[in-house]
Design a protein around this ligand. Structure first.
Ligand SMILES: [Mn+2]
Length: 421
């Protein structure tokens, strides 16, 4: 059986305020072509389908278009789990409609789908998130564990438990218990696949998943995963990687496209795992062809920056432009650069001569306003207008009042892990 593993589509995610739906459409189409070319039997999407809990109609349309294409009229099974960015109930609300296409969506770790016909597959439901089916005389058991917060874990594991000591246990211990519970359905004569959306210890992140490391409590060591799982398809980390020490059986497919500059160093991919009962998986990396890379240009002066923009005006790419200069970059110069290259995400002057003398100044002696003016000037190349400074002062004043009111609420929100990046 061939399983195509992908994750972290983040449909609708913006880059410095810019929509990337068109790029996402191109990459998700590439994904469908890979599924077709490699004759995948199942597609696993390991969470973070959307970038936020209230996706736009256009983002939802792209999601439906994609899963329909992937499912090939029910010939290919598509299994989707919720990530920390997804709203579980909203994600799975479409289940009654997608069932005939062979698509199964599990929003939360308590979600269970009924047994029956899904496209061309006969699905036997075993437990929340757990089901089995047979294709080409091979039986497969899938255990799907969507993103869970600490609170969800307590709900799933200790619903009727009154013992507070158990509820207060370590996050990683509880996660292990949940995986073990779901993996109890795995059997030696089946193909056994676990899907989840978690942050595992030893995985090298690249920044855009931030918001998950809350005092280390959400980091899981690799030994929480059940050894009976033949292949573990993970989502949440955008850089593709094998979990260290797993022998390549526990993998992050990574996201189809880079979401920030830091992510551009590693080629984006999805994974094709060929699985047979009792055998080690054979995993193949399939690479995406990014239609619009994110680049960083460092230019020695304004003239060089202008020339570079001119040379690249026909080429599709996003640019963070750094210019070495002795003076600030004027408003009309910014406009001139943008007239050649509209996808300049940021234009940052590198003020070489000023940098040195300033380094020794004591920042602690400066007022907040002075610090802000310096920061703004460095980022934007011009000093902020008086209006901006007044607005900022107003916001700060309000924020002070707000903070004293809600400091406790904020703490509780963070602990629940409700907020992703
Ligand atoms: Mn995530």
């Amino acid at each position: 059986m061939k399983i195509l593993h992908t994750a972290d589509w983040h449909i609708g995610k913006l880059l410095e305020g810019r929509s990337r739906l068109e790029e996402q459409r191109i990459l998700l189409r590439q994904l469908a072509q890979m599924a077709e070319a490699e004759e995948a039997d199942v597609v696993c999407v390991a969470g973070d389908i959307f970038d936020n809990r209230h996706p736009s109609a256009a983002a939802e349309a792209l999601f439906y278009e994609t899963i329909k294409e992937l499912s090939k009229n029910g010939e290919r099974l598509v299994v989707i789990i919720g990530g920390n960015h997804d709203q579980p109930s909203r994600l799975e609300a479409v289940n009654p409609l997608v069932r005939e296409h062979g698509i199964l969506i599990f929003g939360s770790p308590t979600s269970q789908l009924p047994s029956g016909t899904y496209g061309s597959f006969q699905i036997q439901s075993l437990d929340p998130g757990v089901f089995s089916f047979t294709k080409n005389q091979e039986r497969a058991v899938f255990a799907c564990v969507p993103y869970f917060s600490e609170r969800t874990l307590n709900e799933v594991l200790y619903q009727e438990e009154t013992d507070d000591a158990k509820r207060a246990g370590q996050y990683s211990q509880k996660a292990e218990e949940l995986f073990k519970k779901r993996a109890a359905w795995f059997s030696p004569d089946s193909i056994n696949v676990l899907m989840s959306h978690v942050f595992t210890l030893g995985s090298a992140g690249d920044g855009s998943e931030q918001g998950m490391m809350l005092g280390n409590s959400y980091l899981l060591p690799a030994n929480v995963f059940p050894p009976s799982a033949q292949y573990i398809a993970l989502g949440h980390i955008h850089r593709p990687q094998k979990v260290p020490g797993s022998g390549g059986q526990i993998r992050y497919s990574g996201s189809p496209l880079p979401y920030r500059l830091m992510e551009t160093a590693v080629a984006k991919q999805c994974l094709l795992a060929e699985l047979h009962p009792g055998k080690k998986p054979v995993v193949k990396e399939l690479f995406f062809d990014n239609p619009k890379p994110i680049e960083k240009w460092v230019c020695d002066d304004y003239a060089q920056a202008l020339e570079k923009c001119r040379e690249n005006q026909e080429r599709s790419c996003y640019v963070y432009l750094y210019i070495r200069t002795d003076s600030y970059i004027r408003e009309e110069q910014l406009k001139e650069l943008k007239s050649y290259k509209e996808d300049l995400l940021e234009i940052v002057p590198l003020l070489s001569s000023r940098e040195e003398e300033d380094t020794y100044q004591d920042f602690r002696q400066m007022s907040f306003e002075e610090l802000f003016i310096r920061y703004y000037t460095e980022k934007k190349g011009t000093a902020p207008q008086q209006e901006v400074l007044e607005t900022l002062a107003g916001i700060l004043e309000k924020e002070k009042e707000y903070e004293t009111d809600t400091i406790e609420d904020k703490g509780a929100e963070q602990l629940s892990g409700a907020s992703g990046d």
